[in-house]
Design a protein around this ligand. Structure first.
Ligand SMILES: Nc1ncnc2c1ncn2[C@@H]1O[C@H](COP(=O)(O)OP(=O)(O)OP(=O)(O)O)[C@@H](O)[C@H]1O
Ligand SMILES: [Mg+2]
Length: 276
C-alpha cells in the first residue's frame, strides 16, 4: 500500500488491475493537438492511465492544460493523434457504449420538465416511454428531487439543475462516468450533498468514475486515486492513492482529518500555484 500522502511520479497510473479482470478503460500513450493557423499546438503530451472497475479517479491540473480535451478524446468526440484507448479491452471507433459523459454546463432543455430532461437519454436509446418514465422518476427521487419532476429548469436552483443533469447521465446505468467539473458552479453545501450522492451511486453500482475538478478537496474526498496533470502539453505529473477508506459518509469530518490535509497540501504543491 502507498504511504499516506505520498505521490508517485508519472507512469505509476499505468498499473493494470491484476488477474484476468479487464479494466473498463485503458489509455496508452495518447497524444492530441489542435491545428491553429496551420500549426499543430500540442495539448496532450503523452498520457497513459487505467481506470479499474469500481474505481473513482479524480484528475486535477492547471487551467487550460487539456483536461476537457482528454475527456473529449476518451469518449470519441475527438480522435487521438497517437496512442490507444481501449474500452473494456477493445479499441472503439466513435462513441463507446455504456459511458455517461456529463459536461460542466448542465445543458438542460428549457422546454422540457425535469422528468423530460432526465428521460432524454433513455428515449434516444429507444426505451419504451412508460419504462423510461418510471426509471427517470426513480432516479430523480434518489437524487433528492422528489416532487420536482414536473418543474421546468427555469424554476429550479443551480444545484437542482445539476442533479437533473446527473439523473439524465446516470439513468441509463452507464458502467463508466466521465464528469467534467460537474459541481463547479454549486455552493459548498449543495456540492457536498451531490458529491455524496454521486459517490454512493457509483460505489453501489460498481461503476467507475473519472472526475475532472479544480477543487482539490473534492478530488481527495471522492477518489481512490488522484492524478495530477502538468501544464500543456499535459502529462501525468503525480499520482496519489487515497487511503481514506471506501466508506466516506462523514464528508465534513473527513475534511478535518490530518491525512486529508496532507493529501491536499501535497497536491497543491504539485500544482505549483503561486499565491501572491
Ligand atoms: N477546438 C480547439 N481549437 C484549438 N485550441 C483549442 C480547442 N479547444 C481547446 N483548445 C486549447 O487547448 C488547450 C486545452 O484546452 P482544454 O479545454 O482541454 O483545457 P482544460 O484543462 O479543460 O481547461 P479548464 O481547466 O480551463 O477547463 C487550451 O489552450 C485551449 O485554448
Ligand atoms: Mg475544461
Amino acid at each position: 500500500m502507498t504511504e499516506v500522502g505520498s505521490g508517485h511520479k508519472a507512469g505509476a497510473a499505468n498499473a493494470v488491475a491484476g488477474g484476468a479482470v479487464v479494466p473498463p478503460l485503458v489509455v496508452e500513450h495518447v497524444s492530441k493537438g489542435y491545428e491553429v493557423n496551420g500549426e499543430i499546438v500540442p495539448v496532450i503530451g503523452d498520457l497513459s492511465l487505467t481506470l479499474r472497475e469500481g474505481e473513482i479517479i479524480s484528475i486535477v491540473g492547471p487551467s487550460g492544460c487539456g483536461k476537457t480535451t482528454l475527456l473529449n478524446t476518451l469518449c470519441g468526440l475527438l480522435s487521438p493523434d497517437s496512442g490507444r484507448i481501449r474500452w473494456h479491452g477493445r479499441e472503439v471507433t466513435g462513441q463507446p457504449q455504456n459511458v455517461g459523459y456529463m459536461l460542466q454546463k448542465d445543458l438542460l432543455l428549457p422546454w422540457r420538465t425535469a422528468l423530460g430532461n432526465a428521460m432524454l437519454g433513455l428515449e434516444i436509446r429507444g426505451v419504451a416511454a412508460a419504462e423510461a418514465e418510471d426509471r427517470s422518476r426513480a432516479m430523480l427521487d434518489q437524487l433528492g428531487l422528489h416532487g420536482f419532476a414536473d418543474h421546468y429548469p427555469s424554476t429550479l436552483s443551480g444545484g437542482m439543475r445539476q442533479r437533473v443533469a446527473l439523473a439524465r447521465t446516470l439513468v441509463h446505468e452507464p458502467d463508466v462516468l466521465l464528469l467534467d467539473e460537474p459541481f463547479a458552479a454549486l455552493d459548498f453545501q449543495s456540492k457536498l450533498l451531490i458529491e455524496n450522492d454521486t459517490a454512493s451511486l457509483v460505489r453501489q453500482g460498481r461503476r467507475s468514475l473519472l472526475l475532472i475538478t479544480h477543487d482539490i478537496e473534492e478530488a481527495v474526498s471522492l477518489a481512490d486515486r488522484v492524478i495530477v496533470l502538468s501544464k500543456r502539453p499535459t502529462r501525468i505529473k503525480a499520482v496519489y492513492d487515497i487511503a481514506l477508506g471506501a466508506e466516506r459518509t462523514d464528508m465534513i469530518g473527513l475534511r478535518q482529518s490530518p491525512e486529508f490535509s496532507h493529501y491536499v497540501r501535497r497536491i497543491w504543491a504539485d500544482l505549483d500555484v503561486v499565491l501572491q
